[in-house]
Design a protein around this ligand. Structure first.
Ligand code: NAP
Length: 294
C-alpha cells in the first residue's frame, strides 16, 4: 500500500475535544449547555445505532442529550407537534431528525418545521439556499467533515480538479458546493454519467458517494490522487465503502478507510454545528438583554 490513510477517527476525537473545551467554557461563564435533540421515528436497527452514537458523543462533549423516540405508528401530526415543541424550546440548540423515517411519515414536512438556526444537519431549504449562495449557515455534516479532513491533511483545494460521484442532497450536492466555494474545479457524476472511470481519472480529489459498493476501482483513480470514500455497506461482519480499497490504496496518494474515515467526521461536525447553534442563540439572547439596557 502506498496511500496515506486519512484517519477520520483520530481527527474526530480531536474535534470532539475542541467542542468539549468550548462547552466547558460556556458553562463556566454561566451559559446553558448546548442541547442536542435527536428524533428517532420507528425501530430501524441501523438508525438506532447511528442515533445512539450521536447521543453518546454529545454527552461526552458535555452537551445535553434531549432524545425523543417516537413509535413507528406515530401520526404525521404527532411528529409535527414534537418538532414544533423542540423548535420553541430554548434548551434545544439543535434538532436532528434521523433519516430515513417510516414510509407513511413525510420527512420533508418535518424538516420544513425546523428553524434554520436549529437545523444542525444543514438539510432545510433555508440552509441549502445559504450554502448555494455562499452565505453563512449550517453545512451538512458529512461534506463539512470531509472538508475538515482534507484541510487536516493539507490537501490543496485551490484550483484542484475535484470529482464528486453522487448528487444527493445529503452528500454529493453540498460537497460539490463546498469544494467550489474553496475554488476547486468541480465535476459532479451520477447514475446517468457516461464513462465514469474516465471522468474520475481527471480528479486530484475524488469523492465517492454513490452508495454502490466498490464502484471506484483502480481504473478510476489517477496516481497520487486523494480519494475520499463516503459509502458504507455491510459485507457479512465487516463494513466496506464505495472504493475498492485494496486496489486503490496502491495507486492513490491519500485514502480514507471504511470504517474510520468519513463516518466519525460526520458525527464530529454534528457536535460542531450544535455548539455553533448554541453560541449563536446565546449571542442573540445577550444582544437582546443589552439592547434593553439604556
Ligand atoms: P443516495 O441518496 O442514494 O445518492 C446516491 C447518489 O449516487 C445519487 O446521486 C446517484 O445518482 C448516484 N449514483 C448511484 N449509482 C451510481 C452509479 N452507478 N454511478 C454514478 N453515480 C451513481 O446516497 P447518499 O445519501 O448520498 O449516500 C451515499 C453513500 O454514502 C451511501 O453508501 C451512504 O450509506 C453513505 N453515507 C455515509 C455517511 C457517513 O457518515 N460515512 C453519511 C451519509 C451517507 P442519481 O442522482 O442519478 O440517482
Amino acid at each position: 500500500m502506498s496511500a496515506i490513510l486519512m484517519d477520520g477517527r483520530s481527527l474526530a476525537k480531536k474535534v470532539g475535544a475542541e467542542v468539549k473545551a468550548a462547552v466547558a467554557e460556556m458553562t463556566a461563564t454561566g451559559q446553558a449547555k448546548p442541547g442536542l435533540a435527536t428524533v428517532l421515528i420507528g425501530d430501524d436497527p441501523a438508525s438506532e445505532i447511528y442515533v445512539r452514537n450521536k447521543r453518546r458523543l454529545c454527552v461526552e462533549a458535555g452537551m445535553q442529550d434531549l432524545h425523543h423516540h417516537l413509535p413507528g405508528n406515530v401520526t404525521q401530526q404527532q411528529a409535527i407537534d414534537l418538532i414544533d415543541e423542540l423548535a420553541a424550546n430554548p434548551s434545544v440548540s439543535g434538532i436532528l431528525v434521523q433519516l430515513p423515517v417510516p414510509g407513511k411519515i413525510n420527512a420533508e414536512e418535518l424538516l420544513s418545521r425546523i428553524p434554520a438556526d436549529k437545523d444542525i444537519d444543514g438539510l432545510t431549504v433555508a440552509n441549502a439556499g445559504l450554502l448555494a449562495q455562499g452565505l453563512p449557515g449550517h453545512r451538512p455534516c458529512t461534506p463539512a467533515g470531509i472538508l475538515r479532513l482534507l484541510d487536516e491533511y493539507k490537501v490543496d483545494l485551490e484550483g484542484a480538479t475535484a470529482v464528486v460521484v453522487g448528487r444527493s442532497r445529503l452528500v454529493g450536492k453540498p460537497m460539490a458546493q463546498l469544494l467550489l466555494e474553496r475554488n476547486a474545479t468541480v465535476t459532479v457524476a451520477h447514475s446517468r454519467t457516461r464513462d465514469l472511470d474516465q471522468i474520475c481519472q481527471s480528479a486530484d480529489i475524488l469523492i465517492a458517494a454513490a452508495g454502490v459498493p466498490g464502484i471506484i476501482t483502480a481504473d478510476a483513480v489517477r496516481p497520487g490522487a486523494t480519494v475520499i470514500d463516503v459509502g458504507i455497506h455491510r459485507d457479512g461482519d465487516r463494513l466496506r465503502g464505495d472504493v475498492d480499497f485494496d486496489a486503490v490504496s496502491t495507486i492513490a496518494g491519500r485514502l480514507t478507510p471504511v470504517p474510520g474515515g468519513v463516518g466519525p467526521m460526520t458525527i464530529a461536525m454534528l457536535l460542531v454545528n450544535t455548539l455553533t447553534a448554541a453560541q449563536k442563540a446565546n449571542d442573540v439572547k445577550e444582544n437582546n438583554v443589552n439592547s434593553r439596557i439604556p
